[in-house]
Design a protein around this ligand. Sequence first.
Ligand SMILES: O=C(O)C(=O)C[C@@H](O)[C@H](O)[C@H](O)COP(=O)(O)O
Length: 341
Amino acid sequence: MKTLEIHGSGGDSTIMIGERLRNLKTYIPVEKTVIITDTNVRRLYQKEFPPCEVIEIGSGEAIKTLDTVQFIYEKLVNLEADRSAFIVGIGGGIVCDIAGFVASTYLRGVRFGFVSSTLLSQVDASVGGKNGVNFKGYKNMVGVFNQPEFVICDLNLLKTLPESERLCGFAEIVKHAAIADPDLFAFLEENHEAALELDTKVIEKLVCDSVVIKSSVVNQDEKEKGERRKLNFGHTLGHAIEKTAHVRHGEAVSAGMVAACAISVNRGCLAIEDAKRVETLLHNLKLPTRLEADRENALDALKKDKKREGEHINFVLLDAIGHAIVEEIPIRELEKVIRKN
Ligand SMILES: O=C(O)C(=O)C[C@@H](O)[C@H](O)[C@H](O)COP(=O)(O)O
């Protein structure tokens, strides 16, 4: 097992890569714990859950709403959960984002941790303390920064993951490599086939390297005032695509990264060959590199981006493979990109 630490303003978070769901009971006060999970994870893995109360939610991006949060608050009230309660989210990014938000707000906050069950949540979503829900379809518009006490990344859970879910995780791994680690990028180029086959050693390296990158960025800038913005590479246009094309997060981020590379080339930051490398790697990992979105809706979503400041967006560009920069780009310029494509 590999362990990494994030030191948050509200407390520390231990990320355990290779720990098992079946050992969860050793990290929690079992009799005070409430598990939040989704239908699929419960069906597949309930036998490994410790004997705790379970609140089941549905699955898919559509449930990441304040209605689901309210549903969980009601269940917690009925269970008479008090401030000594401990909440564990067992699932992918959607479950963890919702569970973390509920735990951070119920009774003004109770202790919480995650067992992360998808590749995307192990390499990205469950790590770093962003918890929240969508609002009126706008991604993660309501939320908090608050670190889970622990994140268990049980690599065995990835074996039952549908391929489309797995691929979404690769998009975030490519993102980490593209913004911070040229060696990891080259490794992915050489080992994309083994990665697609879920080769144990390759997956373990990809999860570990991703969490090393993410935790190091979050340790420098937990509340996304500067350095952390780089973790949003591909997400500004990606979120706009996701909202309007109704595709999976990882798919939208993949197309968003290709678009961000094209903007980086247009602005003279990135060599065209490097942009091509990003596109080819995503293609080899069976991810989409272009997606059709409703332009007007995408523009509206872009204007609601959390990195917008007045007439600019703090937009993440690449200036080399393994190195990102953040530049203030006028919304008008991005508008042209959306209208042209
Ligand atoms: O942790 C971060 O910071 C990220 O930006 C990681 C993203 O991959 C992740 O999708 C995040 O939830 C997006 O956050 P948002 O603030 O842009 O909604």
